[in-house]
Design a protein around this ligand. Structure first.
Ligand SMILES: O=C(O)CCC(=O)C(=O)O
Ligand SMILES: [Fe+2]
Length: 218
């Protein structure tokens, strides 16, 4: 059988020095501590603070407190953003066009992103808007940019695994199975921050190229 893209990515990640695989048959997940250094994390935090807007969700479910954080669309014409984005693609072995623009997320005390999946519901009202061109989301990468004094962990409900924020730590998981169908066992919860603020970067990969603006990818 031919090796799918998902297989190649998982194999590539598994071979990285210092990476840990979450031992579960339910989802493919990896943790790489200290992927970014503190100075880089601080520089990204400054950019997030400079351009944060209220976070949104696809297929709203009527709960206005479902995702209470702020989001920043990072500028890919910014050399630091472009460099980190290129490092993430290189890590995954996925060509640049297949990634969404990098985003930053900020949570204040009491803010959270309730249990959700990152893939789009193929039967949901928003599928056409978000997926007609680039297709489904495949892998998610998340990097914790700081360590809030309390709260802010990411909990995966199917495995029970709780990931604590650690400055520079990267978390990777595949939202779809090897056959490309959605994996509901990727359900996860960005838990409430109890003290301080939490900052992360999120990066999503797609089945097909993202409609990047002219010149945006360098
Ligand atoms: O903040 C977290 O820990 C999770 C964030 C998340 O799941 C997302 O942005 O899709
Ligand atoms: Fe998520």
């Amino acid at each position: 059988m031919a090796t799918s893209g998902a297989d190649r990515t998982a194999t590539r990640l598994a071979a990285l020095p210092g990476i840990r695989r979450t031992p579960s048959p339910k989802l493919e997940q990896f943790v790489l501590p200290r992927f970014l250094d503190h100075a880089t994390c601080d520089a990204l935090i400054d950019r997030i603070d400079a351009a944060a807007r209220p976070s949104t969700i696809a297929d709203p479910n009527g709960d206005e407190y479902f995702r209470t954080s702020s989001t920043c669309d990072l500028d890919h014409r910014d050399a630091l953003v472009a460099e980190i984005n290129a490092r993430l693609h290189d890590l995954m072995g996925i060509p640049l066009p297949y990634g969404e623009p990098l985003q930053g997320q900020r949570y204040e005390v009491g803010e959270e992103f309730k249990a959700h999946t990152d893939y789009f519901d193929p039967h949901g009202a928003d599928w056409e808007t978000y997926c007609t061109i680039p297709g489904q989301r495949s892998w998610t990468l998340m990097i914790y940019l700081n360590e809030p004094p309390a709260g802010g962990a990411t909990r995966f409900l199917a495995t029970g695994k709780i990931h604590q924020p650690e400055t520079g730590k990267l978390l990777a998981w595949n939202n779809v199975g090897r056959d490309g169908t959605i994996n509901p066992d990727t359900l996860h919860h960005g838990m409430k921050v109890r003290k301080g603020r939490k900052y992360i970067v999120t990066k999503w990969f797609r089945e097909r190229p993202w409609p990047w603006a002219e010149g945006e990818l360098g």
